[in-house]
Design a protein around this ligand. Structure first.
Ligand SMILES: *[C@@H]1O[C@H](CO)[C@@H](O)[C@H](O)[C@H]1NC(C)=O
Ligand SMILES: *[C@@H]1O[C@H](CO)[C@@H](O)[C@H](O)[C@H]1NC(C)=O
Length: 260
């Protein structure tokens, strides 16, 4: 029988407030010297960072660990650089402003020369919640047969519940009817009575990205507006560019990471 005080888990509360980062994936059908610009703010963009991202056909390139400021607007601007053959001087993909939150932007379709485009904003290890500001030490949790829930509370390992995490969760229970692919898990109150084995847990739904509410019944408000794509060309190759543009809409190969 374990009698480890719960507050032990929170003693190591780090000094930083929250942790998360941005990850950008690009894929192209042509060799490109693409650049990526990431800024905070909209009207007065600050903290502008520029990355060069050379692409070769059909290989996914990943830019990752780019720090972001949660609860603040941000923008991402991708510039393809030239593709002579099509009269394309450059194409831009601009994310419209968003409120920085844990999320994924992966449109269904994208314009050539790109064949894949995806942005993920993720939490650092041991940080949880929409704004990645809830701390829970996953390693320590594991040593006492607990896990961190996606809101940063402690819960029983998957499929179990109860003060001692020894009861099986029946996913068909009424109190556990998670919708839209939500997953029923146990969750202990955050700073509750300090001994395990006496504290009562609750069953909650962990929702996939894009859904929220007690049973994942609500679609999350779409902070990220659609991206905009613009093409720029030279006058003497205008026809080429027109033709190219008319045939440039393709399926986004990076929309679902598992499929390709
Ligand atoms: C990318 O830049 C390098 C160096 O400036 C150049 O040699 C190369 O041709 C460029 N590639 C493309 C696809 O524009
Ligand atoms: C491209 O599409 C537009 C509108 O659909 C059409 O008016 C134009 O003629 C097309 N251009 C070429 C070069 O195919």
């Amino acid at each position: 029988m374990l009698h480890i005080p719960l507050f032990f888990l929170f003693l190591q509360y780090p000094l930083i407030q929250a942790g998360g980062y941005l990850e950008l994936r690009l894929k192209s059908a042509f060799p490109l010297n693409a650049t990526v610009e990431i800024t905070e703010g909209i009207y007065f963009p600050t903290n502008k960072r520029t990355y060069s991202m050379p692409l070769v056909p059909d290989e996914t390139r990943i830019l990752t660990n780019i720090p972001v400021r949660f609860r603040h607007p941000g923008t991402v601007l991708v510039n393809s650089g030239p593709v002579e053959k099509f009269g394309l001087e450059y194409e831009t993909i601009r994310s419209e402003r968003w409120n920085t939150i844990q999320m994924t932007i992966g449109p269904d379709e994208i314009h050539l020369p790109f064949t894949g485009f995806r942005i993920d904003i993720k939490c650092d290890r041991n940080w949880y919640g929409a704004y990645c500001d809830q701390f829970c030490n996953a390693d320590v949790a594991k040593t006492i047969n607990r896990r961190c829930t996606d809101s940063g509370t402690l819960g029983c390992p998957d499929h179990y519940y109860g003060p001692n995490c020894d009861k099986l969760i029946n996913h068909n229970w009424r109190k556990c009817q998670c919708q839209n692919g939500g997953f029923c898990v146990s969750s202990f109150p955050r700073l509750s009575n300090p001994t395990l084995g006496t504290v009562k847990d609750q069953l909650i739904c962990e929702c996939p990205l894009g859904f929220e509410g007690g049973k994942c019944e609500k679609e999350s408000y779409e902070y990220a507006e659609p991206i905009t794509v613009e093409m720029y060309g030279t006058d003497h190759k205008w026809d080429n560019l027109q033709q190219f543009y008319n045939r440039s809409l393709v399926e986004n190969e990076l929309r679902d990471l598992d499929r390709f």
